[in-house]
Design a protein around this ligand. Structure first.
Ligand code: MLT
Length: 206
């Protein structure tokens, strides 16, 4: 399907065939685009509507969802502004495509902005699956996440995301009332077959 350019985000929308499944908000990693996670979305949530925007920040030629100062060091002012911009896009897309609140499925940089959406605009998401995420804020804001399901998939051998950072994120979200399932896989930063199975099982219960 062709990407659609609007006043907001370049994105792809694939309508679903299974009304019982929540739509997925697919958020790619650094250097990715709106097409990257579509095959994964189809695999782990067959029949779900897929909404997949492209991050607007360029690092060299690589799209991202917010600016960073160095690897793992985020420009938190930009992150905050970009999070609200993405939240507004999701609200607008829900009206345009007549969708219930989506579950985010984010990878790496996409998982980090999904975590930020949960913390700053929790009403936008029904839940989130965060693959290789870290805590996006040094001092995370308090959010009311009562009852929201969150899956965090970390890699024990991930050279980019320190284990304690992913753990801190899990604790922050749990403290807000989210139902967090944090799994640590014997893998690195990249997506593995183990991730696919866990995502599918978790999304089947969404
Ligand atoms: C980020 O910048 O969000 C994280 O360092 C992950 C990445 O995109 O490499």
């Amino acid at each position: 399907m062709d990407a659609v350019a609007t006043t907001d985000f370049i994105h792809v929308f694939e309508p679903g065939t299974e009304a019982s499944r929540p739509p997925l908000l697919l958020l790619h990693g650094t250097g990715g685009n709106e097409h990257d996670l579509l095959p994964l979305g189809r695999m782990v949530a067959p029949g779900a509507s897929l909404l997949s925007p492209r991050g607007k920040v360029l690092e060299g030629a690589m799209p991202r969802f917010f600016r960073r100062l160095a690897e793992g060091v985020f420009d938190e002012a930009d992150l905050t502004a970009r999070t609200h911009e993405l939240a507004d896009f999701v609200a607008e897309a829900r009206k345009r495509y007549d969708l219930p609140a989506p579950v985010a499925l984010g990878f790496s940089n996409g998982a980090n902005i999904a975590a930020s959406l949960l913390l700053l605009r929790p009403e936008v998401l029904a839940g989130a699956a965060l693959v290789r995420a870290m805590s996006p804020f040094r001092k995370p804001p308090k959010a009311d996440l009562a009852g929201k399901r969150v899956l965090i998939l970390s890699g024990a051998l991930d050279p980019i995301i320190p284990a304690e950072d992913a753990e801190r994120l899990a604790q922050t979200l749990s403290a807000g009332g989210a139902l967090v399932d944090h799994r640590i896989l014997p893998t690195g930063h990249g997506l593995s077959q183990g991730d696919v199975g866990l995502l599918r099982g978790w999304l089947d219960q969404a």
